[in-house]
Design a protein around this ligand. Structure first.
Ligand code: CMC
Length: 388
């Protein structure tokens, strides 16, 4: 069927048209539905941004109230989902448990599985937005060996998520504000690896639960969402070996054992990731407000300073990405390192949902089915095992 073009990693191939998120990687610009990320991070809330991404416009007060109420009605977890979460063995990575629980939602909401039915799809989207905070919090509690707390649907979405996670009723307003802002920053990022996965799975008309859980799987990888966890491990390693970053940077530049400066570089941004600029400032503010000085912040800034003046990084246009400073804020808030990528998942959820809806309602959508360039053996005859 004609010639195919090889584009490993889809470096030059657009998989879709989209009207959700705009990135100008050379200028370091990110907009959701036209709104600059800086304005949304400063002034909006996570649920408002979720509405914007999914429905295309900022909600008026009534629409926001209705949207929030619809979510609140579904915030409780099914007993079976709670039991499933409880079966995770100690030491399981929270991303593995989160992925399983999201996939399992399909087994508990049988009348929301047809993604082509707008009503079912809308309901499934609300169910996901409503239940994932409780699932993430339950995963965190299990991992910490603490009892799981039920949601309080009368309480604010982000406040309640923090209460369920940390088991404290008096949630610090500065922590709430920072959490809300970080969720906004992660809410969408056009056709990244996990979002493309969600679209690919959905293009086969699989349920939105199956598609989003596949997205969680993609996000768990250290080159994608897992980078936020990897950054903190990297900073901890540098700290425990005396805090000198230059040895580590030499390894990175020599590409020893494939070591990379985690939290640096991006397929699209060839300039400072605008989210990283916001997070860097917030890291200082939050650590100050919480009175938690962290030597790792100095190490991170030291690494950035070296990198931005070093020919290796300059010539490859490698700048800090969103994951470089987020972990330091999560740590100051009290999240263990393995919870960083589940937090990214919660943030990315509206983007996955919006992109799924755009994919399934676009008449131009076809099942995702890339071609290949075959490099294997030419035809040869089968040989019985005794004769091999
Ligand atoms: N440290 C050292 N060298 C790097 C890095 C890095 N973090 N990132 C890219 N390079 C080098 C790479 O070795 C290559 O060098 P050369 O031209 O000599 O072969 C060049 O820069 C281009 O890299 P690439 O791997 O072809 O670029 P890509 O677009 O395929 O990969 C990336 C993008 C984000 C996977 C990569 O930059 C990376 O691995 N970064 C570290 C992991 C990370 O922080 N990921 C988070 C991404 S942002 C948000 C998210 O998705 O979670």
């Amino acid at each position: 069927t004609g010639l195919v073009t090889l584009d490993t990693g889809f470096v030059n191939t657009a998989s879709t048209q989209s009207s959700i998120t705009y990135i100008d990687g050379d200028e370091g610009i990110l907009r959701y539905r036209g709104y600059p990320i800086e304005q949304l991070a400063e002034a909006s809330t996570f649920l408002e941004v979720a509405y914007l991404l999914i429905y295309g416009e900022l909600p008026d007060a009534q629409r926001l109230t209705d949207f929030t109420a619809a979510i609140d009605r579904h915030r409780e977890l099914d007993e079976g989902v709670k039991q499933l979460l409880a079966t995770a063995p100690a030491g399981a990575h929270p991303m593995a448990v989160l992925q399983a629980a999201i996939s399992a939602l399909a087994a508990f909401h049988l009348d929301t599985l047809d993604p082509r039915d707008a009503e079912q799809r809308g309901q499934a989207s609300i169910i996901l937005l409503a239940k994932v905070p409780a699932i993430v919090a339950a995963v965190a509690r299990h991992a910490a060996g603490e009892p799981v707390l039920d949601p309080d649907p009368s309480s604010d979405y982000v406040v309640d998520f923090l209460r369920m996670t940390f088991g404290q009723d008096d949630v610090d307003p500065d922590v709430v504000k920072a959490m809300d802002m970080l969720l906004i920053l992660h809410a969408d990022h056009e056709q990244n690896c996990s979002t493309s996965t969600v679209r690919m799975v959905g293009s086969a008309h699989a349920s939105i639960y199956a598609s989003v859980s596949a997205g969680v799987g993609a996000l768990s990888g250290p080159l994608h969402g897992g980078a936020n966890e990897a950054v903190l491990e990297m900073l901890a390693d540098i700290q425990s070996s005396g805090g000198d970053a230059s040895d580590f940077m030499t390894k990175v530049k020599n590409k020893e054992d494939g070591v990379r400066l985690m939290g640096f570089g991006h397929r699209v941004y060839k300039n400072y990731d605008p989210r990283a600029a916001i997070v860097k400032k917030a890291a200082h503010d939050v650590l100050d407000k919480l009175g938690k000085q962290d030597e790792m912040l100095d190490i991170a800034m030291g690494l950035e300073e070296i990198a931005l003046q070093d020919e290796y990084f300059i010539s490859r246009k490698l700048y800090p990405n969103v994951d470089f400073y987020t972990g330091l804020i999560y740590k100051a808030m009290g999240f263990p390192t393995t919870m960083f990528t589940p937090l990214f998942s919660l943030g990315r959820l509206p983007g996955w949902i919006a992109q799924f809806a755009e994919m399934i309602t676009d008449p131009a959508t076809k099942i995702g089915r890339p071609r290949q360039v075959y490099t294997g053996a030419t035809e040869r005859d089968y040989v019985a095992v005794a004769e091999r």
